[in-house]
Design a binder for this molecule. Structure first.
Ligand code: SAH
Length: 386
């Protein structure tokens, strides 16, 4: 006999049209899907028993056929700077990570899209562990659901206890998820099929209701998928550029051998045109004496000048076994000035959560059943799931 529990549908994986169809299958009206979403996403409840404006028999049918289940938390770590990292279970042996970064004016949740990564970027710790599997839509949405719920619960406890908010209460929203970035483990565009529905739920008025500018997808540069993304959604796009020329980028971001810089930039401008977007953010990791010279800054400026582009310089975050070092602060500043002087907008990303290995490129999670599939360097009949 099959286990009925194993067949329950996780509603966190269903965007509104699919949820509406599911509700109809259970013999209920389409507007019930919106009510359900309201309970799930606005009130953060996963218990059908609590959904008091739904008919009792509908709740009973839901309880048999469906569930609202976020990934299980394996561990939580807190940084001295308020950053928090969750280790989430993908199954008994595998885990992935998510990070919340509170700032005075916003709370950014950095979520994962895959367990491990197949892209093999030479300066990234996630790459070292290889690729295990794609996260499902429910696991991607479940990260936001879980963090939002947890942070709101703490906020309620704090208020009930009369404890003032950190920062003197001037920034009430600092504890909440206001922005979501797909910058955790994995290459989101290699998991297109599950990531796009998740984006729809993040943006849906009845879902998390985030504005398109508060959701950012970061990619290492899967060009065909950038074109496809332009047809499906309009979230903000970030691209991991990291080098101003193909020779160096081939080394750092091996997918560049397949989709060189010129092709990648064309895809970016297309995305902006289609989506009426403001600009693309180009991430650029600052690696000591690798990609951080003034001449390289000038080459980067030549690539981007006159285009709607912003450069985000990321001081390299080291991890055990890496051959790279972080560029000195003065070098990063000089690089940034070279860009600014040439009219290219540039900022430096503040490193957060370093003491708990929660900074960019440090997410490791746990991948035990690693496969040998690699995108990039060792391209071997790659299965990019679309
Ligand atoms: N795979 C996607 C999503 C990862 S986003 C992508 O490549 O864009 C994480 C960002 O941090 C990317 O720009 C990535 O290149 C960068 N990064 C990776 N390792 C890093 C490290 N050790 N230090 C600083 N940034 C790093």
């Amino acid at each position: 006999m099959t286990d009925p529990v194993a067949q329950r549908i996780n509603l966190l994986g269903l965007p509104r049209p699919e949820l509406t169809a599911f509700v109809a299958q259970l013999g209920s009206q389409p507007f019930r899907a919106r009510q359900l979403m309201n309970w799930m996403y606005k009130r953060g409840t996963g218990s059908f028993a609590e959904m008091s404006d739904l008919a009792k028999d509908f709740r009973a049918r839901l309880a048999l056929a469906a569930e609202v289940r976020a990934p299980e938390v394996a561990a939580v770590q807190r940084s001295a700077d308020g950053t928090r990292k969750w280790l989430l279970r993908a199954d008994a042996a595998q885990a992935f990570e998510m990070v919340f970064i509170p700032e005075p004016d916003r709370g950014t949740l950095c979520i994962s899209s895959q367990v491990g990564c197949a892209l093999d970027c030479s300066f990234c710790s996630t790459a070292q562990q290889g690729y295990n599997r794609n996260l499902t839509t429910a696991e991607i949405v479940g990260q936001v659901w879980l963090a939002a719920r947890e942070l709101e619960r703490e906020e309620r406890i704090r208020i009930a206890a009369g404890v003032p908010a950190a920062g003197g209460g001037s920034a009430p929203e600092e504890r909440h998820v206001t922005n979501v970035v797909l910058m955790g483990m994995g290459e989101p565009l290699a998991n297109f099929r599950n990531v796009v529905p998740a984006l729809h739920i993040l943006l849906d008025d009845f879902g998390f209701d985030l504005s398109r500018r508060r959701v950012t997808l970061s990619t290492s540069g899967l060009v065909p998928q950038i074109y496809r993304l332009a047809e499906e959604t309009n979230v903000a796009l970030a691209v991991s550029l990291h080098a101003p020329d193909d020779a160096l980028r081939n080394e750092l971001v091996p997918i560049n051998r397949k989709h060189p810089i010129a092709e990648l930039l064309e895809a970016c401008w297309h995305y902006l045109d289609e989506q009426n977007g403001r600009s693309v953010t180009f991430e650029y990791v600052m690696l000591d004496e690798v990609n951080d010279s003034p001449a390289q800054a000038r080459a980067l400026a030549r690539l981007l000048k006159g285009h709607p582009a912003k450069v985000n310089l990321i001081p390299f975050n080291p991890f055990p076994g890496t051959r790279y070092r972080r560029s000195p602060t003065a070098v990063i500043q000089r690089f940034r000035d070279e860009l600014l002087q040439r009219g290219v907008l540039a900022t430096t990303r503040r490193t957060r959560g370093e003491d708990i290995d929660a900074a960019c490129g440090q997410l490791a999670g746990r991948v035990i059943d690693r496969t040998t599939v690699r995108l990039g360097n060792k391209v071997i009949g790659v299965a990019v799931q679309t």
